[in-house]
Each structure stands twice: as structure tokens, then as C-alpha cells.
Design a protein around this ligand. Structure first.
Ligand SMILES: *Cc1c(COP(=O)(O)O)cnc(C)c1O
Length: 477
């Protein structure tokens, strides 16, 4: 121990001013127990910020669908709205008004026959929206069955096995039997014939996905609706459709305006989307809309006080941040229809070009090409023994790219793929850099005597994996 000359003390004090934060940081920072005393805000900020450096770089994360870039003005608005609680409609009537305007804009975008009659709300994301939409289907079915004097104890929901995990959750939490249509051969999504085959008088609805998380493809909503029309004509069984448009409901209206998947189909009762995916808002906002009041039973709706009046609400949470809703309105205002179209078209262009280039590498075969949602899946070509998708994923991660690898669910658990989600901010230039890295690693991988990485290596970052049972070890986002 060296005793310090008083002059050194003065120096030490000056050092603290120059680089105070790290010098102030305590030797021991408790991680799992509340610290006994306080520490300075700058010190705490630095400790937290430094630890988060170990997180991946969000912009290189090609696994997530969720926005990783926003305009500075949107971020500023969000910071300025940090204190706004969505439920305080009375205190923040203009935030409530912006939410209402967003619902109206979406109702028009999704071609509600009478946008003024459409009802909807913001949520924390598509998962909450799915719970609400599922509950509406279940409650409608219960009312109908009770009116007929029929039993209501065995509701079921028909969907493809490729649905996002939120639907498995809905079925589990709200006690509805999930009826999954498995994948078959090169059919990786729900089709009309298999959907109808699973429907009966206890079916509360069919969930169709616009933008399957497994490969980015659109499910044939119009075909499924037509087959259900035919079922009703034949048997009298009337099964409504919910469209999970978490990603695609903000792509198709801009890039595929002729595709009929939305409220143009009378059988579509409700639609959800994630405002924080191709709605281009930072996480957490989603939207749920019903075609009209009849599609959302009134007995599910609660009421909060609003400027001394009464405001209907339908939500799982009470308090919820308002900033994301404000940012959604900002994006709508800022970009307009043409702005959204250009952003989404750029994403699609990047996705299609990248998938085309990848397909030219001998190692891979495309399952989809990014021409529906800007998301595509590809596999290692049959006959390649030296490496698997997991080796590719691990090698890309050495350069910071997060490209998830996973197997498909029943009945294609033999099929392992890589998936790339192109989002706003993933430019042609970044795509080229990814391609260069892919070209660089392939010779090394091809020289391996056998595959070295397995599902466990990739599982650690196959984005958003969340499953209770081994039904779908896939990319649940
Ligand atoms: C992402 C996604 C969800 C879940 O949405 P969150 O907004 O993350 O809760 C549901 N369904 C599909 C098809 C998705 O892509």
C-alpha cells in the first residue's frame, strides 16, 4: 500500500472529474439482490449501459421482425411521451384521440366495408391482439351455441401448425382445443381443404396467417374463406376467419393491393398486426380490429371514464405506455400511403435480390424468395454432408450476423432451414456485406469432415423461441 502525498490526492480528485464514472464504480455491484444504498445516476447508467454492450447488434439481427430503426423525430416523440399512460384517457385525451385515428386509418387500409363501424384498439403487440381476437371468437360462438341450446364446453380453433406461439398460448390459457393442420410435403402452411376438414359445430374460428413466421409466405386467406362459405352452404356451420397479419397486414395493402385477404372478404371477422413490425414503430404496439360491432361481443368490452363520459376499452392490461401509439400515428402521418409503399417495396427488393443471390450459391436451395413478406427461408442443398444450417448460422454469427436456423414442425421435422427477415434499415449494401461473408465461409464449411454445430448452438439465439412442448421448435416471432 503506497501512502499518497497530499498533492497526489488533489490529482486524484482531478482525475475523478476527468473520468469520474469508472473511478466511482463500486468493486462489487450486486446482481440479484437490491443494493443496500444508492449510487450516483451516472454511475448506475454507465454500469447498465456497459453490461448491455454484450447484447447483439440489433441492426445485424436478421432473426427479428421487430423494428430496429426509427427516425430521430419518432424517437424524440417517444421520449417526450414516456409518462403517458394509455389507459388515462381522461388525462391524455389527445393520446386517446391519436389511437382512435390509427384504428380508423387501419380500418380503411384493410378495406372495412364501413370504416366508421369497424372497432379496434391498440395492444402491446400481436400476441395481446391475438388473445383479444381469440376471446371475441370464443364468446361469439358461446352466445350462438347458448341461443341454440347447444353445449359450449368443447370449443376448438383451427389453424396451421405454422402459427406463431401466441395462438398456442391463446388455446392453452383460454381453454380452447387447438386443431393444427400439419405441414405435408412442400406445403408449409394452411390450405383450404385441410382447414375445412377440421371444422365442426364447435369451431370458434379459423386463424389464417398473412406472413408465416416459418417462411414469410402468405396463407391463401381468400381460398380458405371460400371453402368455409361452401361448408356453410353445405352444412349450415358458420366459421369466421381471423387473419393474423402481424407482419403481412402492413405489407400486402401497400405492395399487393389486388390481393383480397382482408375485410373485403365477408368471412374475415378480425385482423391483427404488430405496429412494431412493418408498422415501423419501436417495440411494443399492436393493433386488433373487428369488421363491425357484431364481431366483437359487447359483454367483453369494459368502460373507463373519459372526460366525464364513458370510453369503451378492450385490453388485457390496464396501464400501458402511450408513446408507441403516438409513434404509430407519427409514422402514419409522416409516411402516408406512398411512404409506406416505398419502404416496404425497398424491403421486398432487398429480400428478393438477396434470396436470388443466395440461390446462386451451390450450397443452398430456397423455400421462399421474399416476394410476399420480405422474409425468406432456405435450406442446405440435399447431398451436402459437410455442414448443416446450424454450421452456417454459427459461422455467420462470428461476424455478428444473427441468422436463425431451425427445424420445421410436424410433419416436416426433417427439414432444417435458415431464415432472413429484411426490415427497414437492412439496405442493399448491408445485404451485399452479408453475401460476401456467406461466400467467404462456404469454402471453409465445405472443407469440414462433418457438421460441427447442432440445433443447440442455434437454439440459443433462434429469435424468440418460446414453446411449452416440442410442437414447434421454430422461430416464434
Ligand atoms: C410476431 C408475430 C406474432 C406475435 O407478435 P408480437 O407483436 O411479437 O406479440 C404473432 N403472429 C405472427 C404471424 C407473428 O409474425
Amino acid at each position: 500500500m503506497v501512502l499518497k502525498h497530499p498533492r497526489h490526492h488533489r490529482h486524484a480528485a482531478r482525475d475523478m472529474e476527468i473520468n469520474p464514472v469508472f473511478a466511482r464504480e463500486p468493486v462489487h455491484v450486486p446482481r440479484y439482490a437490491l443494493p443496500h444504498g444508492e449510487m450516483g445516476p451516472d454511475t448506475a447508467y454507465q454500469i447498465v449501459r456497459d453490461e448491455l454492450m454484450l447484447d447483439g447488434n440489433a441492426r445485424l439481427n436478421l432473426a427479428t421482425f421487430v423494428s430496429t430503426w426509427a427516425e430521430p423525430q419518432a424517437l424524440r416523440l417517444m421520449a417526450e411521451c414516456a409518462e403517458k399512460n394509455m389507459i388515462d384517457k381522461d388525462e391524455y385525451p389527445q393520446t386517446a384521440e391519436l389511437e382512435t385515428r390509427c384504428v380508423h386509418m387501419l380500418a380503411r387500409l384493410w378495406n372495412a366495408p364501413d370504416p366508421h363501424r369497424a372497432v379496434g384498439c391498440s395492444t402491446t403487440g400481436s400476441s395481446e391482439a391475438a388473445m383479444l381476437a381469440g376471446l371475441a371468437l370464443k364468446r361469439r360462438w358461446q352466445h350462438r351455441r347458448r341461443a341454440e341450446g347447444a353445449p359450449t364446453d368443447r370449443p376448438n380453433l383451427v389453424m396451421g401448425i405454422n402459427v406463431q406461439v401466441c395462438w398456442e398460448k391463446f388455446a392453452d390459457y383460454f381453454e380452447v382445443e387447438p386443431r393444427y393442420v400439419p405441414m405435408e410435403g412442400d406445403r408449409y402452411r394452411l390450405d383450404a381443404q385441410s382447414a375445412v376438414a377440421l371444422c365442426d359445430e364447435n369451431t370458434i374460428g379459423v386463424v389464417t396467417v398473412l406472413g408465416s413466421t416459418f417462411d414469410g409466405s402468405y396463407e391463401p386467406v381468400a381460398d380458405i374463406a371460400a371453402a368455409l362459405d361452401e361448408l356453410q352452404a353445405r352444412t349450415g356451420i358458420d366459421v369466421p376467419v381471423h387473419v393474423d397479419g402481424a407482419s403481412g397486414a402492413m405489407i400486402a395493402p401497400f405492395l399487393d393491393p389486388g390481393l383480397s385477404w382482408d375485410f373485403r372478404l365477408p368471412r374475415v371477422a378480425s385482423v391483427n398486426t404488430s405496429g412494431h413490425k412493418y408498422g415501423l414503430v419501436m417495440p411494443g404496439v399492436g393493433w386488433a380490429l373487428w369488421r363491425d360491432k357484431d364481431a366483437l361481443p359487447d359483454d367483453l368490452v369494459f368502460h373507463v371514464n373519459y372526460l366525464g363520459g364513458d370510453m369503451p376499452t378492450f385490453a388485457l392490461n390496464f396501464s400501458r405506455p402511450g408513446a408507441q401509439v403516438v409513434a404509430q400515428y407519427y409514422n402514419f402521418l409522416r409516411l402516408g400511403h406512398e411512404g409506406y409503399r416505398r419502404v416496404q417495396q425497398t424491403c421486398r427488393d432487398v429480400a428478393v435480390r438477396l434470396s436470388t443471390e443466395i440461390s446462386k450459391l451451390d450450397a443452398f436451395e430456397l423455400l421462399t424468395d421474399g416476394s410476399e413478406t420480405p422474409v425468406f427461408a432456405f435450406r442446405v442443398r440435399e447431398g451436402i454432408e459437410a455442414f448443416t444450417v446450424y454450421d452456417v448460422s454459427a459461422a455467420l454469427r462470428e461476424r455478428g450476423w444473427l441468422v436463425p436456423a431451425y427445424t420445421f414442425p410436424r410433419n416436416r421435422t426433417d427439414l432444417a432451414v435458415l431464415r432472413i427477415v429484411v426490415r427497414n434499415g437492412f439496405s442493399h449494401d448491408l445485404a451485399d456485406l452479408l453475401l460476401e461473408d456467406l461466400r467467404r465461409i462456404l469454402p471453409r464449411l465445405a472443407g469440414q469432415d462433418r457438421p460441427y454445430r447442432g440445433e443447440d448452438d442455434a437454439g440459443a439465439f433462434a429469435h424468440g423461441v418460446e414453446t411449452k412442448c416440442p410442437r414447434t421448435p421454430g422461430p416464434h416471432e
